[in-house]
Design a protein around this ligand. Structure first.
Ligand SMILES: Cc1ncc(COP(=O)(O)O)c(C=O)c1O
Ligand SMILES: [Zn+2]
Length: 408
C-alpha cells in the first residue's frame, strides 16, 4: 500500500490523480507526488528503519509505489568517512556517499527502480528514456528484470563504455545525431506518437522520488542527522532538488531535527547554466550548448534548473563550476586518497569541493557529504597517460633493478 495521494503542480497547486503524466494541464509546470504524511508518521520510525533490509526500498513508505518493486538490489551504498581527502582539503568531517556501488554503477538505479515499478503498475509494455548514458544502462537493466521492452535514446557521440553498458541488457538502443537536449526533445515528440512509459518524461514525477532515498540513507548513516553541507552534481537539476525534499521530509516526520543543510550545486564549466544563473544573481536559466568531458551531466537546458537554483539559494548553499582539467584532477584525487574511481561527474564534485573549501565557503568543521553518483571505469578515455608501469623479467633482481636501491 502506498501513502502517495496525488500529483500536484509545483506552481499553481492543482492536483491530479497518480497517472503517467508530468506537466500541469493548466500551467505546464512540473508535477510532484504528494503523500499523506500523517499516516506515514504513524508507521515510519527510526527503530523500524534501523531494522529494515539494507536497500533503498526500506523507505517505501515515502515512495509512490504499491509493492512488487522492480529491484536489482539498489541502495544502502557506503557513506565513507573521507579522512585522507579531508586532510588534503582542510575538512575535518568529510564523507563521500559512494553511489557508484549500485547494480548499474550510478545513482540512476534509484530513480529507475521506482519509475520502472510504476511502469509495470500502469501496464506499459515498452519503457523508454532520453539519456546522457547512465540512465540508458539502468533503464535497460531494470526492463530486462521486469520483462518489459526497452527503447533507449542517447546522443550518438556517447562514450563507448556507456554504450556497451546499456547494450549488454539488449534494449532497442537508438543513437541520435545531436546533443542530449536534442535527444530529449525528440523523446518528448515520440511520446505523442507511442504509448510508452518514458522513464524521465511521463513517468518523471515517480522517477524523481527515487533520488530522495540518497538523502534518507545519508541521514540514517550519520546516526539520524542531516549534514551541514551537501555537494552534488547537477544535469537536469532534479537529483539536487530531491535531496533537499528528502531532508525536509525526514525533518517533518521527526526522524531528524531541523534541517540547516547548505546545498551546493556543481556543474562542469562547459555545461553550467545553473551555476551561471546563480553567479549572475539571476532567476533565469539561459540554455547553453554543452562542451565538456563530463557528458553524463551535460544538459544545456535543464528541466529542473530553476528549482535547483532556488534550493541552492534558499538553503544558504552555493554553486560552483570547474574546468574539465579540474574535473580530471578531482577524479584522480578521489582515487588516490580514498580508493574510489568515479566518472567525470564525480570529478566535478570533488574539484568544486576543493574550490569551495579553499575559498572558506565550506568550513573546516562543517559536516560535509559529497555525492559521487557514477563509476569511473566506463569513461576511461578522459584519463590519458596515467598508465605508467614498470616492465620486468620474472626475477627478483629485475624488480630490484627497476625499483632502485632506495626501495625497502
Ligand atoms: C553520474 C550522474 N550524476 C548526476 C546526474 C544528474 O542528475 P539530474 O539530471 O537529476 O541533475 C546524472 C544525470 O544523468 C548522472 O549521470
Ligand atoms: Zn499548474
Amino acid at each position: 500500500m502506498s501513502y502517495a495521494k496525488a500529483l500536484r503542480c509545483r506552481k499553481c497547486g492543482r492536483e491530479y490523480p497518480l497517472e503517467a503524466m508530468n506537466l500541469c494541464d493548466f500551467c505546464l509546470s512540473p508535477l510532484d507526488v504528494t503523500y499523506d504524511y500523517q499516516q506515514v508518521a504513524k508507521v515510519l520510525t527510526r527503530e523500524n528503519l534501523d531494522n529494515a533490509p539494507l536497500s533503498m526500498w526500506r523507505y517505501r513508505d515515502l515512495l509512490p509505489t504499491d509493492g512488487n518493486e522492480v529491484d536489482l538490489g539498489t541502495g544502502y551504498t557506503p557513506l565513507v568517512k573521507a579522512g585522507n581527502l579531508g586532510r588534503r582539503l582542510g575538512l575535518d568531517q568529510l564523507y563521500i556517499k559512494n553511489d557508484c556501488l549500485t547494480p548499474t554503477y550510478s545513482f540512476k538505479d534509484r530513480v529507475v527502480s521506482v519509475a520502472m515499478t510504476k511502469a509495470l503498475e500502469f501496464g506499459f509494455e515498452t519503457v523508454a528514456c532520453a539519456s546522457t548514458g547512465n540512465l540508458a544502462a539502468s533503464v535497460a537493466a531494470h526492463a530486462a528484470k521486469a520483462n518489459l521492452r526497452a527503447c533507449v535514446f542517447v546522443p550518438s557521440d556517447l562514450e563507448l563504455g556507456k554504450l556497451v553498458s546499456a547494450a549488454i541488457y539488449n534494449p532497442t538502443l537508438v543513437t541520435v545525431e545531436g546533443s542530449y537536449d536534442d535527444t530529449n526533445r525528440l523523446c518528448a515528440q515520440l511520446l505523442q506518437k507511442y504509448k510508452w512509459g518514458f522513464i524521465n518524461i511521463n513517468l518523471r514525477p515517480y522517477y524523481a522520488e527515487g533520488s530522495k532515498t540518497l538523502a534518507f540513507e545519508i541521514c540514517q548513516q550519520l546516526g539520524w542527522r542531516a549534514p551541514d553541507c551537501v555537494v552534488s552534481p547537477a544535469a537536469s537539476g532534479l537529483l539536487f532538488t530531491r535531496i533537499w525534499k528528502g531532508l525536509q521530509e525526514f525533518s517533518m516526520l521527526g526522524l531528524v531535527g531541523q534541517v540547516n543543510t547548505h546545498m551546493f550545486v556543481t556543474q562542469a564549466a562547459g555545461s553550467s547554466p545553473i551555476v551561471r544563473a546563480y553567479e549572475a544573481g539571476s532567476v533565469h536559466i539561459n540554455p547553453v550548448k554543452p562542451d565538456t568531458i563530463a557528458r553524463s551531466i551535460a544538459i544545456g537546458n535543464p528541466a529542473d534548473g530553476y528549482y535547483a537554483l532556488m534550493v541552492a539559494r534558499q538553503s544558504g548553499g552555493g554553486a560552483c563550476a570547474v574546468t574539465d582539467d579540474e574535473a580530471i584532477s578531482g577524479v584522480k584525487l578521489l582515487a588516490e586518497t580514498e580508493g574510489i574511481f568515479t566518472e567525470p561527474a564525480g570529478g566535478v564534485v570533488i574539484g568544486s569541493l576543493a574550490k569551495l573549501a579553499a575559498q572558506g565557503i565550506i568550513k573546516k568543521d562543517d559536516l560535509v557529504v559529497a555525492l559521487i553518483t557514477g563509476a569511473g571505469p566506463r569513461t576511461q578515455e578522459i584519463l590519458t597517460g596515467i598508465v605508467k608501469a614498470y616492465r620486468v623479467q620474472p626475477t627478483t633482481e629485475s624488480v630490484a633493478e627497476v625499483l632502485g636501491a632506495s626501495v625497502k
